[in-house]
Design a protein around this ligand. Structure first.
Ligand code: MN
Length: 297
C-alpha cells in the first residue's frame, strides 16, 4: 500500500447531543422563557456561552403598563438579546438605553457591573402582540470580567445577510461568513449567525477546530451531518474537535448558530453574577448592595 498524500478534507464536528428545554419560567412578567442551558448542565460544551433563554413566541394583550423585568444587576459577562417579534426596551445604570425590534440585537457588556431593566416597549405594549426573542449570556475571560460596561445596539440593517444560493439567508451577527463580517464587537472569538433555510436546503458551515459549536432550532426541523435530527426548541451540541457542520432543513427553518473559542476557566455563578470564584461572587453581591453598580436614574 502506498501512503496517499495528505488531502485537505475537513473534519466533521460530530453531534454530541440534542437537548430539549430543561426548565420553563417567567422572567419578570414579560418574558416566558424556556431555558436550554445552564439547565442541561452543558457548561464545558457550550463555553463561552453561559445561558440561553428562549422567550415565547407568546401573545400579550394590550396594556398601558408594559410587562418586563425591573431593576436588577449583572457582573462578569455579556447579555445578548435577539428579537424576532415584538419590541423590547432597555435602560441601564451606565447611561445606556435602547429599543430593539424584529431583526435587531442588543449586546450589553455588563463586565464590572451594571443595573438595568428590560421591558416590552411602551407602544408595543399598548398595541399588544407577539413577543419572540432569545437572550444569550456570553462569558468574559477573567482578564475582562472587571472591565468597563459597554453597550452595542445592532440594528437589522447593520447585519449582513448572505443569500445561500436561493436556499435561505444567513445573517452574520458576530464573526464572519464567506468574508462578510458581523457588526458585534466581542472579547473572545465568536461566531453568531441567524440562519433561515427553506425546506430541503443545505448549508455547509465552517468553524475553527477546537471551538464549541451549537445550533438552536427556533422553527422547523433540521438534520445535522446527515443523520442527527432536531426539531423546534431543541439544541444540537457539536464536539470541539473538527470544523465542518452540514445542516439540511427538513422544513422551512430558523436557527441560531452559536460558536466560540472556549474560555476554559472556572465558572462560579450566583443569579445575575458569573465570576471565576466564590469569593468574587461574594464581592459582587457586596458591591451591588453598596450601590457600586449604580442605579437607574
Ligand atoms: Mn438582565
Amino acid at each position: 500500500m502506498t501512503q496517499h498524500p495528505t488531502i485537505a478534507t475537513r473534519v466533521t464536528k460530530e453531534v454530541v447531543g440534542i437537548y430539549q428545554p430543561g426548565s420553563t419560567h417567567m422572567v419578570g412578567d414579560g418574558f416566558p422563557v424556556r431555558n436550554l442551558f445552564p439547565s442541561n448542565d452543558l457548561d464545558g460544551a457550550v463555553d463561552p456561552f453561559l445561558m440561553l433563554d428562549y422567550a415565547g413566541p407568546q401573545y400579550f394583550s394590550p396594556t398601558d403598563h408594559p410587562r418586563g423585568v425591573g431593576e436588577h444587576p449583572h457582573r462578569g459577562f455579556e447579555t445578548v438579546t435577539i428579537v424576532y417579534e415584538g419590541v423590547v426596551a432597555h435602560r441601564d445604570s451606565a447611561g445606556n438605553a435602547g429599543v430593539i425590534g424584529p431583526g435587531d440585537v442588543q449586546w450589553m457588556t455588563a463586565a464590572s457591573g451594571v443595573v438595568h431593566e428590560e421591558f416590552h416597549e411602551k407602544e408595543f405594549a399598548k398595541r399588544g402582540g407577539t413577543l419572540h426573542a432569545i437572550q444569550l449570556w456570553v462569558n468574559l475571560p477573567r482578564a475582562s470580567k472587571m472591565s468597563a460596561p459597554r453597550y452595542q445596539t445592532i440594528l437589522n440593517a447593520d447585519i449582513p445577510a448572505i443569500d445561500l444560493d436561493g436556499g435561505g439567508e444567513l445573517r452574520v451577527i458576530a464573526g464572519s461568513f464567506q468574508g462578510q463580517k458581523g457588526p458585534a464587537h466581542t472579547f473572545t472569538p465568536i461566531q453568531l449567525y441567524d440562519l433561515q433555510l427553506k425546506a430541503g436546503a443545505p448549508a455547509s458551515l465552517l468553524f475553527p477546530d477546537g471551538h464549541n459549536t451549537s445550533i438552536f432550532v427556533l422553527q422547523g426541523s433540521i438534520s445535522v451531518n446527515g443523520s442527527s435530527e432536531a426539531r423546534e426548541a431543541e439544541l444540537i451540541v457539536c464536539r470541539r474537535n473538527g470544523s465542518q457542520v452540514a445542516v439540511e432543513a427538513r422544513k422551512d427553518s430558523r436557527l441560531l448558530i452559536m460558536s466560540g473559542e472556549p474560555i476554559d476557566e472556572p465558572i462560579a455563578r450566583y443569579g445575575p453574577f458569573v465570576m471565576n470564584t466564590k469569593a468574587e461572587l461574594v464581592q459582587a453581591v457586596q458591591d451591588y448592595q453598596a450601590g457600586k453598580m449604580g442605579h437607574l436614574s
